[in-house]
Ligand binder design. Structure first.
Ligand code: URA
Length: 185
């Protein structure tokens, strides 16, 4: 099993995908590495690429606010990362090849953290963590027990900025996450 240092170095030196050439920073993850809860998004955006941290742009601020209202903080309660560690040009959806190249890093992160709950933020994380046959609109908010983890998908926070009508379901999902966490720890 890799150590955090080995994993971070492997991410930083990775050049498997052509998009690695355009990155400012590799965005490995942020938060409590001993948390029982992990959020997984899609890929870094412009602000994340600049700062080297996940979910620090508009969508990230929205997510942090929603989680703070449930008294969940990055420092204490969760770790957050993405399927891809590099920013795709113009924030396009990761290609299958990019996702497959990058997934071993996510698997190594999850092994090191050993969480009880994984929350997929949006369709891309859902596809690569729960499987391609699920649909975010139909299957969000459902709990799946897989590989020793409790896994749920919910909307990506960027979708909530575009479509406020999705926010009520999103908050309901986050409340369910908080309840599950309280039950499991
Ligand atoms: N969107 C994501 O999926 N991840 C980030 O880190 C930022 C925006």
């Amino acid at each position: 099993m890799l150590t955090w240092e080995e994993l971070e170095n492997a991410c930083i030196s990775c050049e498997k995908c052509p998009i690695s050439k355009n990155r400012t920073n590799v965005v490995v993850g942020d938060g409590n590495k001993n948390a029982k809860l992990v959020f997984v998004g899609e890929a870094p955006g412009e602000e994340e690429d600049k700062q080297g941290k996940p979910f620090v742009g508009r969508a990230g601020k929205f997510l942090d606010l929603a989680l703070t209202s449930l008294e969940l903080s990055r420092e204490k309660d969760f770790y957050i990362c993405n399927i891809l560690k590099c920013r795709p040009p113009n924030n396009r959806v990761p290609t299958e090849a990019e996702a497959q190249n990058c997934l071993p890093f996510l698997r190594a992160q999850i092994k090191l953290i050993s969480p009880k709950i994984i929350v997929c933020l949006g369709a891309t994380a859902m596809k690569y963590i729960l499987g391609k046959d699920l649909k975010i609109t139909q299957d969000r908010g459902k709990w799946f027990e897989k590989g020793g983890f409790w896994i749920m998908a919910t909307y990506h926070p960027a979708a909530l900025l575009r479509d406020p009508g999705k926010r009520e379901d999103f908050y309901r999902d986050l409340k369910s996450v908080k309840q599950k966490l309280e039950k499991l720890i």
